[in-house]
Write a protein that binds this ligand. Structure first.
Ligand SMILES: [Zn+2]
Length: 399
């Protein structure tokens, strides 16, 4: 049985893993469980139960030394394994937090765990150590369980001793499997960090991504031939992850070279914070806009969107001031990069942001503006450097 533990760094418009619910919060990190985890749990309990049964038969253990049904032990082992995956993920996340990163949540799902790191610690050294923290923790846990197994030699319960042994084995497997350089798995992240110094982040990601896809194909073949459907799912995740992250890193590199002033539209229409929602609705119709900046004493204090207006019944819109509904927005200057703008919009789920110089509204930038800028920059680069703009400038770009 294989399990997969990874961390992902999607800062832009990626949403939560859908269909997951929170079970706990540790050090401010929400721990979530995906429904697929509940589906796989009985299956794992059954599978591990079989292992208990056949181990007892092979060792010719008398029934009175088993203590409990194999299925109950199997379920206990499956839960313990997911707790071990959680500890592995916490190791990644706590390292990231300690080094100035941001973690939005940890989700347990059918194939293991995923930490969502919304901001990585700066520098490829920290990235490598963050990736290493998980497998090292699994290997240490595995060593502790195997050590306990030896100490439990005189234990009366065969099943207890077998559970401890099996947990040790599974944790060692988890540590070793995740060290395979199959980007975006941990080993692949370490590989990318090692390559970044020599190749730059975009090319390092591309190389690591290609190796990751090679492993994905291999996992898929082994999974198909061996009838291991979890390995097939992992193959799919690794392949899509390698593809998605390569694309994202390339996008980040391109967007870091474009500034908001090149993308923004000099729209300075805004509404006063004291205006009623009725007036806002009227302005939106007149200006043909789905969102408007909100200003107070000449300074931008937020953004009001069509959805905010729609929340309030039409009969009450004359009574509600826009100040009460305006969404606070970050200070985005014309000098900010397109990447920063997209990241802010993605994290706050806003379709657009006002652009402000010295507190005064100078324009707005939308997600479409950024994507259009990206496409035009790609076109420009493909004219000068061939496809994807992998020219000499790439190494100098901030990462
Ligand atoms: Zn990991």
């Amino acid at each position: 049985m294989v399990l997969f533990a990874t961390n992902t760094t999607f800062p832009t418009a990626r949403c939560h893993v859908r269909g997951a619910f929170r079970i706990a919060t540790l050090r401010g990190i929400p721990i979530r469980v995906h429904y697929s985890f509940l589906l796989v749990l009985p299956f794992l309990a059954w599978l591990f139960g079989q292992a208990f049964r056949s181990a007892a038969q092979a060792a010719e253990v008398p029934p009175e030394r088993l203590m409990g049904s194999p299925l109950a032990w199997g379920l206990g082992l499956a839960v313990a394994l997911f707790l071990a995956v959680l500890v592995h993920e916490l190791a990644h996340s706590l390292y990231a937090l300690r080094k100035g990163g941001e973690v939005s949540d940890i989700t347990l799902l059918m194939i293991g765990g995923v930490s969502r790191i919304t901001r990585m610690p700066q520098g490829s050294r920290h990235e490598a150590l963050m990736a290493l923290a998980g497998p090292v923790t699994s290997l240490v846990l595995g060593g502790l369980f195997l050590g306990s197994y030896v100490l439990l030699e005189g234990a009366r319960s065969f099943n207890l001793r077998f559970a401890v042994f099996y947990l040790g084995y599974l944790n060692i497997f988890l540590g070793v499997f995740n060290l395979l350089p199959a980007f975006p798995m941990d080993g692949g992240r370490i590989l990318r960090a090692l390559l970044t110094g020599r190749l730059g982040r975009v090319r390092a990601t591309r190389v690591a991504g290609a190796v990751g896809k090679g492993f994905a194909v291999l996992f898929g073949l082994v999974g198909l031939l061996g009838g291991n459907f979890i390995l097939i799912i992992i193959a799919f995740f690794v392949f899509m992850g390698a593809e998605g992250e390569s694309r994202e890193v390339l996008m980040q590199s391109l967007l870091n070279r474009v500034h908001v002033r090149e993308l923004m539209v000099a729209r300075t229409a805004a509404v006063e914070a004291g205006a009623s929602l009725e007036e806002v609705a009227e302005r939106m119709r007149a200006e043909r806009r789905r969102a408007l900046p909100v200003v107070e004493e000449g300074r931008v204090v937020g953004l009001v969107m069509l959805a905010n207006v729609r929340q309030v019944p039409a009969s009450q819109r004359a009574l509600v001031r826009v100040r009460e509904l305006a969404v606070p927005v970050p200070e985005l200057t014309p000098e900010a990069t397109a990447w920063e703008a997209l990241k802010e919009m993605g994290q706050r789920r806003l379709p657009q942001l006002p652009v402000v110089r010295d507190g005064v509204l100078v324009g707005t930038v939308t997600q479409e503006d950024v994507m259009r800028g990206l496409e035009l920059r790609e076109l420009e680069d493909s004219n000068t450097h061939g496809p994807w703009g992998l020219g000499p400038r790439e190494r100098e770009s901030p990462t």
